[in-house]
Ligand binder design. Structure first.
Ligand code: FO1
Length: 335
């Protein structure tokens, strides 16, 4: 994907934690304003599942497609250049069609499944895809081990995609679990990115805290590495004026009695974040003690919005860096 003409080149590296759609918007902004190869995106894999014999990784694929310019901007998942012959043929045969897989997207799932079945770890398959798609940003699954998000509804425990896609987030949720998280190890590339001496900032993207970011934080080695980080950890609120821009974050937070506000999300990350970025409409939101509040526009409609928010986040990190940032000259290449 072509870069913006005017970019802020920063020599240090940045790590972003992200789920799918909302997080991917800021990940794209960071990808575009940072120098090539300086960003690592750690992706949620709690949504991954096996379906029609295929290993499907929705959030990894959303990041791959978004950073390569292949994403469908309206749907928020899958590719923009899609056709649906496979789904139609499957429907004619009476197959399962509640989870829609486009013809081109199908290639991703088939190739990934083949690689995993030949013993390739998910992190290696993901890195192969990002290179083939020409993406300079490192894209790393949170773990190569299976961690699966499950939600307790009145009808019992539901697998994530059953709840999210098949039941359209309708069931009332009482509890969320990340099966396998306790025993999982961070994927290769996660801890090394967080321990990189050139690391300047860690960004929690505006993804759903409960089902996109908390699965990542549930991997014990990731939480430990984040706690040991000596750079600013900046979270960006996915809630604007009490509402999630997309998806069920606000509904889930109300059902689990956390309240749906930018302040409530900050509280979930209170032991990790140094700064909390909120939208102007939430300028008065309280933040946990010791956390700096950054107020800006967090609504990302245009590419300019994504890049502006990315710059605001990086500027906040730079201003509060605990390390001397002598290696961090912000240079406007248009000058
Ligand atoms: N989301 C839907 O709402 N409906 C679908 O049919 C659907 C298909 C799909 C196929 C591949 C893929 O990578 C993602 C897909 N998603 C679909 C999105 C996905 O299930 C969720 O958005 C994420 O898991 C939440 O981050």
């Amino acid at each position: 994907m072509e870069r913006a003409r005017t970019v802020t080149v920063r020599p240090g590296s940045v790590v972003a934690l992200s789920g799918g759609v909302g997080g991917a918007k800021l990940a794209l902004g960071l990808h575009r304003v940072l120098d090539n190869g300086k960003l690592t995106v750690i992706c949620n894999t709690g949504d991954d599942f096996r379906h029609l014999g295929l290993h499907i990784c929705p959030d990894i694929d959303t990041i791959l497609y978004t950073l390569s310019g292949l994403a469908d901007p309206d749907r928020g998942w899958g590719r923009h250049d899609e056709t649906w012959n496979f789904m139609e043929a499957l429907k004619d045969l009476g197959g399962e069609t509640w989870f829609r897989i486009g013809d081109r997207d199908l290639a991703t799932h088939i190739e990934r499944t083949q690689r995993l079945e030949h013993g390739e770890p998910l992190s290696v398959a993901t890195d192969h895809f990002r290179r083939r798609l020409g993406i300079s940003t490192h894209i790393v699954p949170m773990s190569d081990d299976p961690v699966r998000t499950q939600l307790l509804s009145e009808a019992g425990w539901l697998d994530f995609q059953d709840y999210f896609v098949r039941q359209r987030c309708n069931p009332v949720v009482r509890e969320i679990a990340f099966a396998g998280a306790e025993k999982s190890e961070p994927a290769p590339g996660v801890v090394s990115a967080l321990n990189d001496p050139q690391l300047q900032a860690v960004v929690i993207c505006p993804s759903n805290p409960l089902i996109s970011i908390e699965p990542i934080l549930a991997v014990p080695g990731i939480r430990k590495a984040l706690k040991g980080c000596s750079v600013p950890l900046i979270g960006v609120s996915p809630i604007i004026g009490g509402r999630a821009i997309r998806g069920p974050a606000d509904k889930l937070m109300r059902e689990l009695s956390f309240g749906s506000s930018a302040a409530a999300v900050a509280q979930r990350y209170a032991d990790l974040i140094d700064a909390w970025v909120v939208d102007k409409v939430d300028a008065d939101t309280p933040v946990p003690s010791g956390v700096k509040k950054v107020v800006t526009s967090t609504m990302m409609v245009s590419m300019e919005d994504r890049e502006k928010l990315a710059r605001d986040v990086l500027d906040a990190a730079q201003q509060m860096s605990f390390k001397p940032i002598s290696a961090t000259k912000a240079t406007d290449v248009s000058a």
